[in-house]
Design a protein around this ligand. Sequence first.
Ligand code: 5GP
Length: 181
Amino acid sequence: MGKVVADILLNEQEIKSMVKRVAAEIKRDYEGKKPVLVGVLRGSVVFLADLIRELDFELTIDFISVSSYSGTKSTGVVRIIKDTEQDLSGKHIILVEDIVDTGLTLSYLRALFMDRMPASLAVCSAFDKPDCRTVDVPVEYIGQAIPDKFVVGYGLDYKQEYRNLPYLAILGDDGKEDNNE
Ligand code: 5GP
């Protein structure tokens, strides 16, 4: 079936205030510490871009890209496609995620970055699906908890599309056959 936006879960205004609130929490905790915000590609780019423009203090950004664990979901094995470029030892790292679902990706990433001897490590995720968690992993800054639904927009994709929607939406079928499956 083809996909259409069935329901808007969070509109642009709601996302804007969510970003401001999370930025205020990060500012309170990190101002003066020159943190490195590490965006997990590709879903986090929209959130990261909005977030850093609300943070008016010294920081740097970096990126990591990891493969989806499809096919190895139970093991949580994740492959690094593109690694960060800065030396992260002794730095205050904030991992920036689009959404936390099972928590498997994040628990892999937390272990990976802890091995790099940072001064501290925290995670900031735009969205969270707490009902889907299969591993217990801390998420220090959460924009918005949402129900167990597949969402798109604000950086999140379905088959690489919909990332540019300025809102967060739930997809539904439009009743037409989709031959691109
Ligand atoms: P986890 O390892 O926590 O199960 O999955 C995290 C990753 O799965 C996210 O970074 C995101 O790329 C993808 N993901 C999880 N839930 C959703 C969703 O509802 N929509 C989209 N587009 N991606 C999701």
